[in-house]
Each structure stands twice: as C-alpha cells, then as structure tokens.
Design a protein around this ligand. Structure first.
Ligand SMILES: CC(C)(COP(=O)(O)OP(=O)(O)OC[C@H]1O[C@@H](n2cnc3c(N)ncnc32)[C@H](O)[C@@H]1OP(=O)(O)O)[C@@H](O)C(=O)NCCC(=O)NCCS
Length: 323
C-alpha cells in the first residue's frame, strides 16, 4: 500500500538521509551529523508540511520543507519557503510520487498568505543551493510543475600554489590590517553588517557566535582602527561537517563576506579575499572553494574556476493562481 504521511508523524525521520545516500553517496553524501545540523535541528524545518511516501511502510521518497519560523526581530525571510531535499527512489520514479509529495507540501504552504514563492534549495542553512548541474535530467520535472528557472549559483575552486610570486597583488589606497576574530569581536562584527544593511550576514554570524563559535573562522580587516570587512572561512579541522559534500580533507572554503559600503572599490574586496585565502591555506587547505556565488567574474580574477552550477527553480504561488 502506498501512503503519504507528514514528516511529524513518521518515526524514522532522522534516518531518511540513508535513502538519499543509497543513490547519491558518492556525489552528495549526507552524514547523520550534516542531516541533523542542516535539517532536523534547523528552527525553520517545517515538519508539518514535509512529507514521506511509504510503500508497505518502507520509505520510498520524501520532500523536506523549510519555512520561516525563527523569531528574529531584525531579520526574516517569511516570503520564501524552501524545498530543502526532495527525493523519490529510482525504481519508482516517473510514477507520480514526486508530484504528489510536491502537491501535499504546496497545499500546506498555501495556508500561509505571506508565502509568495517556493525555491528549490538555497535557504540559510542549506544542503543544496539548487538543482546541481549533474542532476539536470530532473530539471523537466520542475519545469512541468510550473517552477521558473532563474539565475543560479556557482561553486568555484582554486588549487593553491605554494609559489605566489606570479600572483597579482592588489594594492589598496590605505593599508589594511588583518587578524582572526575572537568572541569579543561579536558586537562590532554584527554592527558592521547592520550598518551596511547586510541582514543575511548578520543572521549567519549571530548564529555562529551563539552556537559556540570562538571567532577562529572569521578573518577581520581593519583600516586604521576601523573594522571595514570580514570573511568567514572554513577548514576541515575541528569540523565534523564536510565542506559542501567534499570528502577530501584538503578542501577549505570561503563563505560569508561583508564589506563596509565605503570600501567596495579600490581593490579592497580583492585584497580582503586574498588574505582570507591565505588564512585558509595556513590551516592546511590545498584547495579552496567559493560556495554558491553569483560573482563569477570577481573570483575568476583571483584565480578561481567554476566547477559546479546549481540551477535555481522558483515557483510563485500567486502568479500560479492568476494563470
Ligand atoms: C525530482 C524527483 C523527486 C521527481 O519525482 P518523480 O516521482 O520521479 O516525479 P513524478 O513521477 O511525480 O513526475 C511527475 C511529472 O513529471 C514528469 N517527469 C518526471 N521526471 C521527468 C523527467 N526526468 N523528464 C521529463 N519529465 C519528467 C512526469 O512525466 C510527470 O509529468 P505529468 O504528470 O505531466 O505526466 C525525482 O526524479 C528524484 O528523486 N530525482 C533525484 C533527486 C533530485 O534531483 N532531487 C531534486 C533536488 S533535491
């Protein structure tokens, strides 16, 4: 018997990543820790509108939804809900199960009038930032379900060379000083984000410090005594979470970046990024990734190459009703 039940009523929920791994263990492995961090423990994980498809009580598919439920006064993304992970077992694909899971989730989300659109991936604590280019044979499914394709995100990578003598050095009008942050820097970092209307960055950094972050993953940039920017860096040490599905321990990455509006030109962003790369290298990473960027030209200048593209699919709820 085929059944669809809300995630909240399904007892085996915390093991659903295993179903995914059966097919995608090599390309997109999801560990129990990663699944817990990015899905189960996320305050925005919507257990009522996420569904599991069961055949003879065994899971054969699921759709995992996120919707804004965090009570943060300064930041919210209430208008956009996210399909965080969507999967139907290979041998039962193209039989209407995915469509039914999606319909159930969409029906639930339509109860919230403030939700304007549903995106595939790319929530604040996402596993995937869209449909990876190597899974593009599933793109027609989303097109047929009235999702619109928008500009996607790119992962870029650079193999770090020991000899940096050939590298362009980006000179800035004023000298920048760099150092690694400590817990005491939390307030000044958040102030920089808020003063520059970088709310998403504020949210991510606030969460980082609140969940015990010491600051060792944040590189600060100062001009005179003023904080003008920061970059969040990731290395494989001290982390049970793999950097973007990479099993390779030598891969580090550069994530959230914020720069004061007054310093967005004159080589300041380039110089700050270069220094962040240097810090990741010093921590033993030999390859450095830029995750989910749209700024391909900027990172190309700094020696990165695009290696993965995520197709972005968005479904607009109101527009669909008008059609
Ligand atoms: C995407 C996915 C969940 C869809 O589930 P599914 O059960 O195969 O989809 P359905 O059988 O419900 O498909 C419904 C409709 O889409 C069409 N469709 C499905 N896959 C298609 C494909 N590859 N190409 C063209 N049409 C497709 C079906 O013909 C059907 O259309 P219709 O009802 O108008 O005739 C499933 O293919 C999957 O698990 N893919 C791998 C994981 C993935 O890419 N997930 C998304 C990122 S997290």
């Amino acid at each position: 018997m085929l059944q669809y039940i809300p995630f909240k009523d399904y007892k085996g929920g915390k093991h659903l990543y295993r179903l995914w791994n059966r097919e995608f263990k090599r390309s997109y492995p999801i560990s129990s820790t990663l699944f817990k961090e990015r899905i189960l423990d996320d305050a925005n994980f919507d257990k009522e509108n996420s569904y599991v498809a069961l055949y003879e009580r065994m899971p054969i598919g699921f759709i995992l939804i996120k919707r804004w439920m965090n009570e943060e006064l300064f930041y919210s993304e209430t208008k956009t809900a996210t399909i965080s992970l969507f999967f139907v077992q290979k041998d039962v694909r193209n039989m209407g199960i995915g469509k039914e899971l999606l319909n159930l989730a969409m029906q639930g989300l339509k109860e919230y009038p403030y939700i304007e659109k549903v995106q595939l991936g790319h929530d604040l604590s996402n596993l995937l930032s869209g449909l990876p280019s190597d899974l593009n044979k599933y793109a027609p499914f989303f097109m047929n379900q009235n999702f619109k394709q928008e500009e996607g995100y790119v992962d870029m990578i650079q193999i770090v060379k020991k000899d940096t003598s050939q590298q362009t050095v980006y000179e800035t009008p004023k000298k920048i000083h760099f150092r690694i942050a400590t817990e005491e820097d939390k307030e000044v970092i958040l102030k920089l984000c808020l003063d520059n209307d970088l709310l998403r960055q504020t949210y991510i950094l606030k969460k980082y410090f609140e969940s015990g972050g010491s600051g060792r993953r944040v590189v600060l940039a100062y001009v005179d005594d003023k904080l003008i920017g920061f970059v969040r860096i990731y290395d494989s040490k001290h982390s049970s979470i793999k950097v973007n599905f990479f099993l390779d321990k030598s891969v580090g990455s550069i994530g959230v970046m914020a720069i004061d509006k007054e310093y967005l030109s004159d080589n300041y962003p380039e110089r700050i990024t270069q220094e962040a790369i240097h810090y990741v290298m010093m921590r033993g990473s030999k390859k450095i990734m830029i995750e989910q960027t749209k700024d391909v030209e900027f990172y190309k200048k700094l020696g990165f190459k695009a290696f993965k593209y995520y197709m972005r699919f968005v479904k607009y709820l109101n527009k669909e009703e008008q059609n």
